[in-house]
Design a binder for this molecule. Structure first.
Ligand SMILES: Nc1ncnc2c1ncn2[C@@H]1O[C@H](COP(=O)(O)OP(=O)(O)OP(=O)(O)O)[C@@H](O)[C@H]1O
Ligand SMILES: O=c1ccn([C@@H]2O[C@H](COP(=O)(O)O)[C@@H](O)[C@H]2O)c(=O)[nH]1
Length: 245
């Protein structure tokens, strides 16, 4: 059967996919573009179709970020709470798009929100993944002063994923921010220690320390490139690999 042979060929059997909240805006500057969500659902469905187990952490940068709210005068912890709630809204929107594409999915939240989404429980999440459901882990780590990159690495380690796959707007990790510096040079791979020493801004340093300490590989790729997610999951060369080198 095609599905079984593709599953055998997949390099990763279980992944933690980190989706940028900002990317959900599409061409807008706030909120959610339904076309972007539908495209994400299609690409996630391709993974499920070849038997890959998919956990997702979604960011909140399209709605609120605690640090930005603090800059305009709000107390930081309140701002972070708003940022985490933003990721729950994004998670609900993604679940809706997945289910419209007939992809079974669940939203779990690190902050209890009875009647809206399930409270995060690791063993239940692993059970859902094993049965083929996509699990969206929302509300970050549940704690202020963290980011969803850290949440993605944390959940990736907890669910024993084969890799954390960070979907972003750039096509990998560069020696400096490629959005600001057109002469930035891309890495095909680099070590955790290099990423930390060079303070590369593609992921926060807390997240990189966590994956380094648990030897969890991270791949950064451009989610606007059609087919890239499937390609990297079956072992194609996409983006940048961060590992122990
Ligand atoms: N050395 C670097 N290599 C690649 N990208 C970098 C680097 N330094 C900074 N960046 C920036 O990091 C961004 C990637 O982070 P991204 O916006 O996807 O994550 P995020 O802020 O965690 O997402 P969100 O909060 O929207 O969920 C890129 O758009 C790029 O501009
Ligand atoms: O564990 C967490 C995760 C996130 N936050 C807050 O949410 C926003 C949105 O997350 P992004 O990673 O920036 O997309 C973040 O800026 C924090 O304010 C949090 O407090 N704890």
């Amino acid at each position: 059967m095609a599905t079984i042979s593709a599953e055998r060929n997949a390099k990763y059997k279980r992944i933690l996919l980190k989706l940028s909240g900002e990317a959900l805006m599409g061409d807008g500057d706030f909120g959610i573009d339904p076309k972007v969500l539908d495209r994400m659902a299609l690409e996630i469905g391709q993974l499920v179709g070849i038997g890959v187990q998919v956990g997702i952490v979604i960011g909140g940068g399209n709605l609120f970020r605690g640090a930005a709210l603090q800059e305009v005068g709000m107390e930081r912890v309140t701002g972070d709470h708003m940022g985490m709630l933003a990721t729950v809204m994004n998670g609900l929107a993604l679940r809706d798009a997945l289910e419209r594409s007939n992809i079974r999915s669940r939203v779990m939240s690190a902050i209890p929100m009875s009647g809206v989404v399930e409270h995060y429980d690791r063993r239940t999440a692993i059970r859902y993944l094993t049965s083929g459901d996509v699990v969206i882990f929302s509300a970050g780590t549940g704690n202020p002063f963290f980011t969803t990159d850290s949440a993605a690495c944390l959940r990736g380690i907890e669910i024993d994923a084969d890799a954390v796959i960070k979907a972003t707007k750039v096509d990998g990790v560069y020696d400096k921010d490629p959005v600001k510096f057109p002469d930035a040079v891309k890495y095909d791979s680099l070590s955790y220690d290099d990423a930390l020493d060079q303070k590369l801004g593609v992921m926060d340093l807390t997240a990189i320390c966590l994956v380094r300490d648990h030897d969890m590989p991270v791949r950064v790729f451009n989610m606007n490139k059609a087919g890239a997610l499937l390609n990297l999951v079956v072992g194609g060369k996409e983006g940048t690999l961060i590992d122990r080198g």
